[in-house]
Design a protein. Structure first.
Length: 509
């Protein structure tokens, strides 16, 4: 009998280029594995074809508890399909969802196919829930658990108020095949290994769900993992899993530059010989880095930085509570341009409540400046603003712009730009604004040559086709972008179709 079968669902267009290890369910299983429970893990993003026969093989063996990690948007429909299938095939199996969506929206427990929710950190909660499902414990004291009482009324236990810190040797990576082909980046064929070097986030961005999630945490909202543990973690995954490209997948890695300086020096001293990618970097943090610090980062293996710019309009940046300005973005980008070893990937959001056509034009001209000043800068795809539950920006949209937030799961499914059944628009969009957003989204894939640069050496039929299409469309995109010619954006529909097809082609190899 399997105590818990944990599934990471397909995410939709987010699976098109990057599929990282499913750390949410791996971490969630840690305490249960430590206590000796039998836990199985299934990542459906790495499996081609119909997932039902695969799932049925586990159910035939007997599963006490079935869990899914859930994010807002398109992943919800896949999570629902999987869970309803389990409910139909194995009525005695208890079902539980965890993840950011249910953490902020505990009313999700109203879905008829769900028995439990785990809100917030899930490792200890899941182990305690398995104990209860086995008839060896109670539900009442499980922090973060939502369930129904004997009368069918929802009960939402208080969430844990401390960060859950799991030592790297207790992380059950072996529940999955970390070297499965599905975890290779589509564009580069590189195998990435994500790790955390810190927990939480100290910032209060109005569009981000993290302030709501970390609100219940006592004390500081950002906790660095000890440097020795980070170094040991890197060496551990390098030795055991042959991981040589490490992704720091923190919400933010650089609130304390002195700590990172020490970490980089230790990597150099130990001759770790890895390449590093940083998912969490902010413009205000980059501004504080001097050339000596950046050079040390490069010597330690730093090669890729992802930084959220979000907008080129100072007015919109203030509404985002980013604590940065347009000029700071330009200054930080010029600084990083002095280090050709570093690739900088800038992310954007379009159509935030109250944004105007003129604000979008400022973003466009900022992108042009960024690419002009730094040949190693990439223009990241920007989705239309989406109403993340629990965010301050959603409150603003409702209170100041009459926005009607999704209420049902079917409505929450439709908030992702690349996966929505039709192009997302909001009441504050003008026709020109909507067309310019389409242009920005399509142009972001080709005008910086990232698909061509990053796929160098990858001669799979899929990447050869992508590179060919990128080269063919680039002159058109450049012309449109330079002259802000966004009428008749018929290629936007073709672009969305391609983005939706990529995950399927990727899984088929």
């Amino acid at each position: 009998m399997i105590d818990a079968l944990l599934v990471y669902p397909r995410l939709g267009s987010m699976d098109s280029m990057v599929v990282d290890l499913p750390l949410s369910v791996i971490y969630a299983a840690a305490e249960s594995v430590k206590r000796g429970y039998r836990v199985e893990l299934l990542d459906l993003r790495t499996h081609a074809g119909d997932w039902r026969p695969l799932l049925d093989r586990y159910l035939a063996e007997g599963v006490r508890l079935f869990g899914v990690s859930v994010m807002t948007g398109r992943p919800l429909v896949n999570a629902r399909d999987i869970t309803t299938h389990v409910r139909e095939r194995s009525p005695t199996t208890k079902t539980v969802w965890g993840g950011p969506h249910v953490t902020v929206l505990p009313e999700t427990l109203g879905e008829p196919y769900l028995d439990y929710l785990v809100r917030g950190y899930g490792s200890v909660a899941l182990a305690d829930l398995i104990k209860a499902v086995r008839g060896e414990g109670d539900l009442e004291g499980i922090l973060g658990l939502s369930y129904r009482d004997g009368a069918g009324q929802p009960i939402h236990n208080p969430r844990a108020t401390e960060f859950e810190n799991i030592h790297h040797r207790d992380i059950p990576y072996d529940l999955i095949d970390v070297n499965a082909p599905g975890y290779v980046r589509t564009y580069s064929s590189h195998r990435m290994f994500p790790i955390f070097t810190s927990i939480g986030c100290p910032y209060q961005c109005s569009f981000c769900v993290h302030p709501a999630i970390y609100k219940v945490i006592n004390g500081k909202k950002w906790k660095p993992i000890p440097e020795d543990d980070v170094i040991d973690h890197i060496e551990y995954v390098k030795d055991k899993y042959k991981a040589d490209h490490i992704v720091f997948i923190d919400d933010t890695s650089f609130p304390r530059l002195d700590r990172m300086r020490s970490l980089f020096q230790r990597l150099i001293d130990r001759e770790a010989n890895v390449t590093l990618e940083f998912r969490g970097a902010r413009i205000n943090e980059i501004e504080k880095m001097d050339d000596e610090f950046i050079n040390l980062m490069v010597r330690a293996g730093g090669r890729v930085i992802l930084a959220g710019v979000e907008s080129g309009s100072d007015r919109i940046l203030r509404s985002f509570q980013k604590g940065i300005t347009r000029e700071q973005v330009i200054s930080a980008n010029r600084k990083l341009a002095r280090f050709p070893q570093l690739t900088i990937h800038y992310n954007f959001i379009y159509g935030t409540p109250g944004e105007t056509y003129e604000d979008l034009l400022e973003t466009k001209t900022l992108v042009e400046q960024i690419l002009k000043d730094n040949s190693n800068a990439y223009f990241g795809f920007g989705g239309d603003w989406k109403p993340i539950p629990g965010t301050k920006m959603l409150d603003i949209a409702e209170q100041e712009f009459g926005y009607k937030a999704p209420k049902t799961l079917d409505e929450w499914v439709q908030i992702d730009s690349a996966d929505a059944e039709k192009k997302i628009t909001h009441s504050w969009y003008s026709r020109e604004q909507d067309d310019l957003i389409k242009l920005m989204q399509v142009a972001s894939w080709v005008i910086d040559d990232k698909l061509i640069k990053e796929s160098k050496g990858n001669n799979s039929p899929l990447m050869i086709l992508i590179r060919t299409l990128s080269r063919l469309y680039k002159p058109i995109a450049q012309f449109r972008f330079k002259f802000t010619f966004h009428r008749f954006m018929i290629e936007h529909d073709l672009f969305l179709f391609a983005v939706r097809m990529l995950p399927k082609l990727r899984r088929l190899g």
